[in-house]
Design a protein around this ligand. Structure first.
Ligand code: SF4
Ligand code: FES
Length: 854
């Protein structure tokens, strides 16, 4: 009784105490404390600070910039206001040296930069801890009688996984900060009075953990009872049905009756409007805050948060608005229940009806790994596939939702121009027409020109180049701004046009200079890694080029090619210039628009000279600090096979033009009287100039090779057959070569890949990146530095992508992308004509869907 009384008094005294700062612990040492800012977000604060206020809208686990918080495989610890297991303050002897160090640095920094208003406690705290790399010991513990050894600081749930024990979870996610909200991951620890949330508990040496006892089972049943007490029973109409974590876990821990009887009825929460992609049904929300943590940490859209406490806790925004992020679709995957589902996919299919095909995305040059879910001949949805070296488990919204563009505006049969209209034709007729057109045009040698576009696959690029070469022409080019200019980076040394650093390695960089590129639109997946670096490692960014709404802070250090020279050769006395000069692993990323523009040679020359002069930092066996960021899926492969015009051929005016998926062409590059063939899957821009259109297959309809911006070769697979009479692209070119009387020497894809091996072995070495050696990098850069280049101009670099949602024929045909463009990118205004056009598209889409299901 006495004990109980004193416990109560202690409890009351605790309640009267000021609300403690939220702390991030790891291995018993504070790595950063998190406190609410005045505007409601959580910012990192020095460990000594305390706060007495609670934020009206707490963004759970929204980390501000900070140190490298955990080695791979370990978790960043976040205390949640709702977690009764908030980690305790570390011992004073561990804490005080860090605090003293922080205070000394803060005083020094303020003396050095009295006017630097941008330097915040957050920045100082970030620098403080990132300068002391943490030593990581191993910890051995026993889980269900099985001994496992994991690095210190590992979450218990990860150790359980390693021991083969399955622990249910809702809020915990491998790639997000820890919240400890749901309590579903309870386990029993020897001598602990109560079950412990294993995701919010770091491993301890000698611990004995039990994951499958009667007590654990009962505790999880209790949690499930709480969760289900307010969860609507609408599984039959919920889109998450069949792939719902709550549904799955309730099969094991749920009961058909509850001890709760809410007098006022079940909790009701109004739905939110998150835009054209995410459909909300907030009654189903179990407040795991995965969506909040993703939006804040990964997507960099710090709008989403929680408001209210306990039963009134709600997910939402201060001001109701759409979730403006190119990564927003990922919160649908993360939501463990049906609170966030996909609007375009709603009520369309059930997961068990779908055929799942693993493939590669072709709508940018990252080569994200995807899973294409199809039913019959239709792609029903696209999901990410895990690949830690490329896209982790995220994909951008264009990759995920442009698939409805695959159903409309397709070329399904060959078309031959008659007067001012196209008439459908058989393959034989179309190929014969091209043969006659070629003969009639009188094109000889370089007068035959091939132009390849963004979505051309490697097999068709090799076949087209071989075909054109067999006809005596070297006139092959790409649909870039200056198609007839030689490629400034050259095609002889791979490292001159690839992202040499490698996608996962960018996270090691400490200062990054972006030249003429907006990674958020050109490579959204790589941009999430940039945000991660900025947030966790305190990396600094400088940008030369047009400003863009980034998900990290950067300093604008110029706009044009002349500014590149000024920055690299200029004074490195302050700001980003100083940080860049002092960086241990600096990185220069040159945008593809720059390498294709008129200042390309000048910029590459300046950058090469600079990198060579700092070779000890940029070109070491461990670090490649010079990269080019491509934005088109076909580009790296096209350069690999030398798909560029020779100096002679580029001066020749073509009489016969072959457009392979070329939809970004400048019409002035096609002479009026030339005979034009367009091969592609959509009747997009290129088709307007054609005399004959040949229907090809889209990326989900063929098994072909893609080379991404870092030079990684990956194999896409056929998820659905090409519609109508359309065919795989390399087969079309092979058939045409036969009709023209110059047959290509391969009859199947294996023979074609043998030919690709001859051209470049990297094209058939799948899922590998041949990292260039420092010697190769140096040789390539020396060639660029020696090249003749005009003086750099003062013309500002322009962003190559103005509207992220409409960059290629597939996304331009997509209704979902049109809606996103309208909502976020200032795309087509909703005029009656546009609306009518979209209604038509939607009707066509529905028709196609009906036909397919029939
Ligand atoms: S909406 Fe989904 S992901 Fe977000 S907190 Fe609720 S249950 Fe979790
Ligand atoms: S509390 Fe551990 S998974 Fe939610």
């Amino acid at each position: 009784m006495d004990d109980e009384g004193s416990n109560n008094q202690e409890h009351k005294a605790l309640l009267r105490k000021p609300f403690p700062p939220r702390r991030c612990h790891k291995d018993g040492v504070i790595v950063r404390a998190v406190q609410p800012s005045s505007h409601g977000s959580l910012i990192a604060a020095p460990a000594a600070q305390t706060t007495t206020s609670q934020p009206p809208l707490a963004r759970h686990a929204s980390p501000a910039r900070g140190p490298p918080l955990h080695p791979p495989g370990q978790r960043l610890w976040y205390a949640s206001s709702t977690s009764p297991h908030t980690p305790t303050r570390p011992r004073a002897e561990e804490d005080s040296p860090l605090l003293r160090d922080w205070l000394l640095r803060r005083v020094a920094l303020q003396l050095l930069h009295p006017s630097t208003s941008r330097v915040s406690c957050t920045d100082i705290a970030g620098r403080l801890f990132s300068t002391t790399p943490r030593r990581c010991n191993d910890v051995t513990l026993t889980i269900d009688g099985k001994e496992v050894t994991v690095p210190a600081g590992t979450a218990l749930i990860q150790a359980c996984e390693k021991a083969g024990a399955n622990v249910p979870r809702f809020c915990y996610h491998d790639r997000l900060a820890i919240a400890g909200n749901c309590r579903m991951c309870l386990v029993e620890i020897e001598r602990a009075p109560k079950p412990i949330a294993s995701c919010a508990q770091p491993v301890m040496p000698g611990q004995k953990v039990f994951t499958n006892t009667e007590k654990v089972h009962k505790a999880r049943e209790g949690v499930m009872e709480f969760l289900l007490s307010n969860h609507p029973l609408d599984c039959p109409i919920c889109d998450q049905g069949g792939e719902c974590d709550l549904q799955d876990q309730s099969m094991r821990y749920g009961s058909d009756r509850s001890r709760f009887n809410e007098i006022a009825g079940k909790r009701a929460v109004s739905n939110k409007e998150f835009g054209p992609i995410v459909k909300t049904s907030m009654n189903r929300c179990i407040q795991c805050t995965r969506c909040v943590r993703f939006a804040n940490d990964v997507a960099g859209v710090e709008d989403l948060g929680t408001s209210g406490r306990g039963n009134d806790l709600q997910i939402g925004m201060y001001i109701e608005k759409s979730l403006n992020s190119e990564m927003s679709g990922n919160i649908i995957d993360l939501c463990p229940v049906g609170a966030l589902t996909s609007k375009p996919y709603q009520y369309n299919a059930r997961p068990w009806e779908l055929k799942k095909t693993e493939s590669i995305d072709a709508l940018d040059a990252v080569g994200s790994n995807i899973r294409v879910d199809s039913r019959g001949v239709q792609v029903m949805r696209i999901q990410p596939k895990l690949n830690d070296d490329v896209n982790e488990e995220w994909i951008n919204d264009k990759t995920r939702y442009a698939y409805d563009g695959l159903r409309v505006q397709r070329l399904t049969t060959p078309l031959v121009r008659e007067g001012d209209r196209f008439v459908p034709a058989t393959w034989e007729h179309a190929l014969e027409t091209i043969n006659h057109g070629l003969a009639k045009s009188g094109a000889k040698g370089d007068e035959i020109k091939a132009i390849a576009g963004h979505l051309a696959d490697t097999e068709s690029l090799v076949a087209l180049k071989d075909f054109v070469n067999r006809l005596g022409s070297e006139n092959t080019t790409l649909d870039v701004t200056n198609p007839d200019a030689p490629i400034a980076s050259g095609v002889d040394v791979r490292s001159n046009y690839l992202f040499n650093t490698g996608i996962p390695n960018v996270e090691e960089a400490d200062a990054i200079l972006l030249i003429g590129t907006n990674p958020r639109h050109e490579a959204a997946i790589i941009n999430t890694r940039f945000r991660k670096m900025w947030l966790r490692n305190g990396a600094n960014f400088g940008v030369i080029g047009e400003d863009f709404p980034s998900t990290f802070e950067y300093e604008s250090v110029g706009k044009s090619a002349a500014d590149v020279e000024k920055f690299l050769k200029g004074d490195a006395g302050k700001g980003f210039a100083k940080t860049f000069a002092e960086a241990k692993k600096p990185l220069i990323v040159v945008g593809s628009a720059v390498t294709e523009g008129k200042d390309a040679a000048a910029v590459l020359k300046t950058v090469s000279e600079f990198v060579l002069s700092k070779a000890d930092k940029f070109l070491t066996p461990e670090w490649n600090g010079f990269s080019t960021l491509q934005r088109a899926a076909s580009r790296a492969a096209a350069y690999d096979i030398g798909f560029q015009p020779s100096a002679e051929s580029s001066k020749t005016s073509p009489k016969f033009v072959y457009l392979l998926n070329a939809d970004e062409i400048d019409p002035s590059s096609i002479p009026e009287n030339a005979f034009v063939v367009y091969q592609g899957h959509h009747g997009d821009v290129g088709a307007q100039y054609a005399d004959v259109c040949l229907p090809g297959a889209a990326y989900t309809e063929k098994a072909v090779t893609w080379v991404n911006t870092e030079g990684r070769t990956q194999l896409g697979r056929t998820a659905v057959p090409p519609p109508g009479a359309s065919r795989e692209d390399w087969k079309i070119i092979r058939a045409l070569s036969e009709v023209v009387g110059s047959p290509l020497p391969y009859d199947d894809v294996y023979q074609l890949r043998d030919r690709m091996w001859d051209v470049s072995p990297t094209l058939v070495r799948h899922d590998e990146v041949d990292a260039p050696s420092p010697e190769t990098l140096r040789a390539g850069l020396e060639a660029l530095a020696k090249a003749d280049a005009p003086s750099p101009s003062n013309e500002a670099f322009r962003k190559p992508i103005q509207d992220f949602y409409r960059t290629d024929p597939i996304s331009r045909a997509s209704v979902t992308m049109a809606n996103c463009s309208k909502a976020f990118a200032g795309g087509q205004s909703p005029t009656p004509e546009n609306e009518a056009r979209e209604d038509d598209k939607r009707a066509a889409q529905e028709d196609a869907a009906k036909r397919a299901s029939a």
